[in-house]
Design a protein around this ligand. Structure first.
Ligand SMILES: Nc1ncnc2c1ncn2[C@@H]1O[C@H](COP(=O)(O)OP(=O)(O)OP(=O)(O)O)[C@@H](O)[C@H]1O
Ligand SMILES: [Cu+]
Ligand SMILES: [Mg+2]
Length: 857
């Protein structure tokens, strides 16, 4: 399994924040890739080539470059200069939790503040996860500087500790919920009487008359004033607290809009209550119900929003719950129970039946069956004996065993999976950049439209023009609030990546969620991807003068040194026939061709026909046998001993049971399916025919897979490649989307965008289906968040009034805004229920959250 690159604070000395942020002076960069003294000169020259850098001195031992600068060069420029010389400036990243963001425009503001810190390469803020991910040149920036930068933009930031971050964030969310709840109760209690009396008088004239008679107009105004003030400066104060500074900084956000809208309604009523004489004849009226209702409704909307936001990260919670809480380790000859984070690498850990394996390790004693479905999706328990690897989070069934911990804490596979999912959840899709840009202009534009609305109606509006203009301007401010827009993409991504993880699909890069949808060609590696990757020897035909058992034993002696699946098949066959293997020396592997070695002073060569041809051997004598074997889907191999062709060997690799169905579904999705393999052409074609694969590229050398991908992409096709081996890594990186089999090699996983946890190819159509569903979901969200806001702005401004007499009351505007946020969240949560075209790794019961049924969506 992959080791995910998460960079922690390095232990190299970090300059203090004041030093780091100074524009000129001394800096120290971490450089990677230097391995000799001449590298030093090359890096120094590259750095000195930059105009801002006065001196540069590189230390090979510490792998650092100390530079003096006249001004801080752009990190990207620095990186590029060093990269051109063939080295790398190391960047690190850290995560901050951000509090106080309310809408999409906050995202842009915080990103700008972080980008402004010298040394920061890239900052990404996610509204839904309330986190910021910052990448910076190692050693130049520390957490405190970044926190300060966020704070000066008007938000709270805290560095996420290695593990406490999730907890703290959950607590913060709970506090927020509790505070919103208190606010809603107070606001509702004060708003209700205003609403009842005001609306009641409209509906039922008797109430109005009774009120005028008993209380009198002026006293009624006073009563409303008291109640509305409680709302405006009680729960409503939060809009001033956040909205005012944002407005002053020239970056109004949704709090500013609410603040301006409600203040206008409230302020006007204030004047009407206490200084009616300054208002023109006939405009003495109060709008306390508007300001109070808006505050109440928006608080209710935010409360619901906070509730559903918590639900979007359920997948992570479920993954975390797989972890054992404690472990039983042997220390000082005694078995003691320790907390999970106290287990150290090298500890001997004991596991009893029914217990979870706490960390990753290697079995040292005993044997058992383990349920590894959480990592492989395979529901059948796997037998583990001495020397085999076990993974933390998997479940021990019946036996008991002890193992030596090899990976603990953040290094375990489960921790890596969690980080992978979290990183994908926090990533931004290309589509988001567009949304961010639009929202950046949206709020100021809304302010302008509101001002215009006010001005135009003041001049041309029906009498009393002042109040008419005011109410419409308030409606514009409230309806145009873009809170739903900021939620549209991130919530869908969170829910979708979480759902994907449940199905056994890990998105390492969030962008794949978007790009996978556009794919029209799927290329598959054969061995280990389409097939089980556990070939068996099926035939062995020896040439004249050779003896079968001897050839098998000799060949197996050579193959014992090879990691290739073919080699394992031959060794297994030799062992099964009872041969004892001699020692081989001078082993040499020619990737894509075959292997050779010396056994008992005989030279032995085994490989594909092209290997024999390369050695100058003629394989024509076996031509008929070879064609027959290949047509049966078997891989013919040749063995030569002392330069004489000795035998033809066939191995067959069974196709995974799930493969045929997966290919049918891919075809149904309208995709072209291709196979890329290093195997024999005839063999490959026989297998392709059996599976209905459209195109075969066979006999590809390990370094030829990238070219094969390029060829398949000709004509602008979008291609996804699925592979598992080391030789697949470059192709995985080259393809538009690379999908690695989770049971494959680390290298392949590292280069992939998506990891299919089990080898089940049905998850390929599943991943594509999920990608399609996600993008469709995001588009619906954006439509609701944006089109709908934008469409209602003219209505709120009163554009329909002259012709139809239609106006939008500010109270309805507030309700509509809250609803549009809730719609977006509810729509995103629907992805929880995404049913894959083919069924996933899951066993239905475990993964369907019960609460969802209750929600009835
Ligand atoms: N250890 C080996 N022993 C014998 N033949 C080998 C060995 N390694 C490679 N070969 C030969 O080289 C060919 C190409 O190997 P390669 O690993 O590139 O692809 P593959 O595993 O057959 O297929 P795929 O590309 O689908 O994984 C094999 O089909 C086999 O004929
Ligand atoms: Cu809003
Ligand atoms: Mg292979």
């Amino acid at each position: 399994m992959a080791s995910v690159n998460t960079l922690h604070d390095n232990d190299v000395k970090t300059p203090t924040s004041s030093e780091a942020s100074s524009r000129s002076g001394q800096l120290s960069l971490a450089i990677a890739g230097m391995n000799c003294a001449s590298c030093v000169g090359r890096v120094e020259k590259a750095l000195q080539g930059l105009p801002q850098i006065e001196t540069a001195s590189v230390n090979l031992a510490t792998e650092r470059a100390d530079i003096t600068v006249s001004s801080m060069p752009e990190p990207a420029v620095l990186k590029e200069a060093v990269a051109k010389a063939g080295y790398e400036v190391i960047t690190e990243s850290l995560e901050l939790t951000i509090e106080g963001m309310s809408c999409a425009s906050c995202v842009g503001r915080i990103e700008k503040a972080l980008d402004g810190v010298p040394g920061v390469v890239e900052a990404q803020v996610n509204l839904a996860t309330e986190k910021a991910q910052v990448r910076y040149l190692a050693g130049l920036v520390d957490a405190a500087t970044l926190e300060d930068a966020v704070r000066s933009a008007g938000y709270e930031a805290r560095r996420i500790g290695d593990d406490a971050g999730g907890d703290r964030q959950a607590r913060a969310r709970e506090e927020e919920l509790a505070s919103l709840k208190r606010g809603i109760l107070l606001a509702a209690a004060a708003t209700l009487p205003i609403f009842v009396l005001e609306m009641g008088s409209h509906v039922w004239g008797g109430l109005h008359e009774w009120l005028m008679g008993s209380l009198g107009q002026q006293n009624l105004f006073y009563l409303f004033f008291v109640l509305a003030s409680l709302v405006q400066f009680g729960p409503g104060l939060r809009f001033y607290r956040k909205g005012w500074p944002a407005l002053m900084r020239g970056g109004p956000d949704m709090n500013s809009l609410v603040m301006l809208g409600t203040s206008a309604a409230y302020g006007y009523s204030l004047v009407a209550t206490f200084l009616p004489s300054v208002l023109p004849e006939g405009t003495v009226n109060v709008y306390y119900e508007a300001s109070a209702m808006i505050v109440t409704l928006i608080l209710i909307g935010r409360y619901m929003e906070a509730l559903s936001k918590g639900r979007t990260s359920e997948a992570i919670k479920r993954l975390m719950s797989l972890q054992a809480k404690t472990a039983r380790v042997i220390r000082g000859g005694e078995t003691i129970e320790v907390a999970l984070d106290e287990v150290r690498a090298g500890d001997i850990v004991q596991v009893r039946p029914g217990e979870k394996v706490p960390v990753d390790g290697e079995v040292t004693e005993g044997a058992s069956y383990l349920d590894e479905s959480m990592i492989s999706g395979e529901p059948v328990p796997v037998r583990k004996t001495e020397g085999m690897e076990v993974v933390g989070g998997t479940l021990n069934k019946t036996g008991s065993f002890a193992f030596r911990a090899t990976k603990v804490g953040g290094d375990t596979m489960l921790a890596q999976i969690i980080r992978m999912v979290e990183a994908a959840q926090g990533s931004k899709l290309p589509i988001q950049t567009l949304v961010d840009r639009v929202t950046g202009y949206f709020v100021p534009a809304v302010l302008a439209v509101a001002a215009l609305t006010f001005g135009i109606w003041l001049i041309f509006g029906p009498a009393p023009a002042l109040t008419f203009a005011l109410i419409n301007a308030v409606a514009v401010l409230i309806i145009a609030c873009p809170c739903a827009m900021g939620l549209a993409t991130p919530t869908s991504i969170m829910v979708a990546t979480g759902r994907a993880a449940e199905l056994g699909v890990l998105f390492r890069k969030g962008e794949a969620l978007q790009s996978l949808r556009g794919v029209d060609t799927i290329a598959l590696d054969k061995t280990g991807t389409l097939t089980k990757g556990r070939p068996e020897l099926t035939d062995l035909v020896v040439a004249e003068g050779f003896e079968r058992d001897d050839v098998l034993a000799t060949v197996a002696a050579v193959e014992a040194h090879s990691e290739h699946p073919v080699a394992e098949a031959i060794v297994a066959a030799a062992r099964a026939s009872g041969s004892t293997l001699s020692r081989a020396s001078d082993f040499e592997a020619t990737p894509g061709y075959g292997v050779s070695a010396k056994v008992d002073s005989r030279v032995v060569e085994i490989g594909a026909d092209r290997f024999m041809t390369r050695l100058g051997l003629d394989v024509a004598s076996f031509a008929d046998t070879a064609s027959r074997l290949a047509d049966e889907g078997k891989t013919p191999l040749y063995a030569a001993i002392d330069g004489r062709l000795a035998a033809i060997i066939a191995v067959a690799d069974p196709i995974k049971e799930t493969t045929p169905g997966a290919i049918i579904t891919l075809h149904k999705l309208g995709l072209r399916v291709a196979m890329i393999t290093g195997d024999n052409r005839r063999t490959a074609e026989a297998i392709a025919r059996r599976l209905g694969i459209d195109e075969v590229i066979a006999e590809v050398l390990p370094d030829g897979k990238v070219d094969a991908i390029k060829r398949l992409r000709e004509g602008g096709r979008k291609l996804a490649f699925v592979g598992d081996g080391i030789n697949d890594a470059p192709a995985l990186a080259e393809a538009d989307v690379g999908l690695a089999i989770g049971t494959g090699t680390d290298v392949a996983i590292e280069s992939a965008d998506v990891v299919l946890m089990s080898g089940d190819l049905r998850n390929v159509p599943n991943a594509i289906g999920l990608s399609q569903a996600t993008i469709a979901n995001i588009k619906q969200n954006l439509f609701w968040a944006f089109a709908y806001n934008a469409a209602l702005i003219p209505v709120a401004a009163g554009a329909l009034y002259p012709a139809y007499g239609i106006l939008l009351s500010p109270i309805f505007a507030a309700a509509a805004m809250a609803l549009s946020s809730l719609f977006v969240l509810g729509n995103a949560l629907r992805l929880h229920r995404f049913t894959p075209p083919m069924g996933g790794d899951e066993d239905a019961g475990r993964n369907e959250p019960v609460a969802l049924e209750a929600m009835g969506n």
